[in-house]
Design a protein around this ligand. Structure first.
Ligand code: LLP
Length: 419
């Protein structure tokens, strides 16, 4: 459920007409709904009650500090994959004890920063990383809380590029190695071995692979305990899919939580989750204006948004619903929808049935709150797209448009060209 709907013929976000935001801020622009973010977080967290779980929002899905702060005020933690994401989470008010630091290529500087900050858990992905972290923790005189990331050889997800759990993926270590590394960490005075972690993919629409991976996790934790090694927590990752309009609904948080309860029935262990898409995707849209139409047997609608603003269709063939901001009454026709960037990859969709659109009309790309603005760039010397947060009948720009004049301030000619 989300808070984008037509009211009196105008597509609204909560109590605000999206067309009013487009007029005030310009297009393209991302718009997020506070009520939807809060609701998605609450529904996910409450699905596990009475079990108290740590829900660490995957900041990679939407790293705007206003979005993170909205969730932090509900009690959410943060799953981060870089020093920058940790800094954003801290700045947004997520307490360090609710921050998880994941990722396959953490540098020594990043690990030291995380240890100093006192994060909840560092998810370690290799023996080399474990050795380095132990040394760093010794150097700063702190004990680093760790989990070992397991690669369970179970893949899943909406696209090959976002499946992470097969043994040939770059993530984690095999279950056998995980046991060995965990035992090694448990013996190390500079490390606090607290758990195991897993994440098998994103946009997962089937519970079976998740259940298979979670069963691997339970049996590994049981093995450790039967060997007399303490383990307090399991981090079960993110990955639950969302409806993108053209596909059947994925499992609900309630169905997902019921599966988790089934797997961990009678097993006393702390659980963490790292949902990103499930929290943010349907809480955001990308607004865009029609620049003009190319006349073809199948018309081409050229928008002012491009692949640099929303790259998911170009790299994952992703589907995003497109809704006119003014509710249409005329019948739909097949069109292609493209951006202005000079490559054919800058095509949002082909052969889509849409109501008639004309130059100047406004549209919204739906389900764009996750992996939208965070993946935007300035390709083709375009401005970096702004972000707006709505709450009730209020809205405010929470990242302003970074225009080309400002971008140019970062650039200079080398000294040898200056004379
Ligand atoms: N935890 C870890 C370790 C992850 O790698 C990811 C996502 C998540 C949590 C959050 O997964 P979610 O709940 O959002 O599915 N750019 C792609 C998605 C990449 C996801 C990468 N990892 C897209 O636009 O579809």
């Amino acid at each position: 459920m989300n808070h984008f709907e037509y009211r009196g013929g105008a597509l609204c976000c909560e109590g605000v007409k999206l067309a009013d935001i487009a007029e005030a801020v310009g297009t393209p622009a991302y718009v997020y709904s506070t009520a939807t973010l809060e609701r998605h977080y609450q529904v996910f967290r409450d699905a596990f009650l009475p079990r108290n779980v740590l829900v660490a929002f995957a900041v990679k899905a939407n790293a705007n500090i206003a979005v993170i702060a909205t969730l932090a005020r509900q009690g959410a933690g943060a799953d981060t994959v870089s020093r920058g994401e940790i800094e954003r989470a801290l700045m947004a008010g997520v307490p360090a004890e609710k921050i998880i630091f994941s990722g396959v290529g953490k540098t020594a500087d990043e690990l030291a920063f995380a240890v100093q900050a006192g994060v909840h858990e560092i998810n370690v992905e290799s023996r080399a990383e474990l050795e380095l972290l132990s040394e760093i923790a010794r150097g700063v005189g702190k004990q680093a809380p760790i989990a070992i990331r397991v690669n369970p050889d179970v893949g899943a997800g909406g696209h090959d590029k976002i499946s992470t759990g097969k043994s040939d993926a770059k993530f984690g270590v095999s279950p056998e190695q995980a046991l060995a590394l965990y035992a090694r960490a448990a013996d190390d005075p500079h490390l606090h071995a607290q758990g195991l972690a897993v994440h098998i993919g994103s946009q997962i629409r089937d519970l079976a692979p998740l259940e298979a991976a979670f069963r691997v996790m339970r049996s590994l934790a049981e093995k450790l305990r039967s060997n007399g090694i303490a383990i307090e927590r399991l981090d079960l990752g993110g990955g639950l899919g969302v409806p993108y309009f053209n596909e059947p609904d994925p499992p609900s948080p309630a169905e997902y939580a019921a599966m988790v309860s089934r797997v961990f029935d009678g097993f006393d262990i702390g659980l963490s989750f790292e949902p990103g898409r499930m929290i943010a995707a349907n809480a955001g849209v990308l607004l865009s204006r029609v620049v003009r139409l190319q006349e073809r047997p199948r018309p081409i609608v050229v928008l002012d948004a491009a692949m640099n603003d929303l790259i998911r269709p170009a790299i994952y063939d992703a589907y995003h619903g497109i809704m006119p901001l003014k509710q249409a009454t005329a019948s739909e026709q097949a069109v292609d929808v493209v951006g202005p960037i000079c490559e054919t990859g800058d095509t949002f969709t082909r052969n889509r049935m849409l109501p008639p659109l004309e130059a100047g009309d406004l549209v919204a790309f739906m389900t764009a709150g996750a992996y939208g603005a965070v993946m935007a760039s300035t390709y083709n010397a375009r401005a970096l797209v702004p972000e707006v947060l709505v709450s009730g009948d209020k809205f405010e720009v929470v990242r302003r448009r970074w225009d080309v004049a400002e971008q140019l301030r970062l650039e200079s000619l080398p000294a040898w060209m200056e004379s």
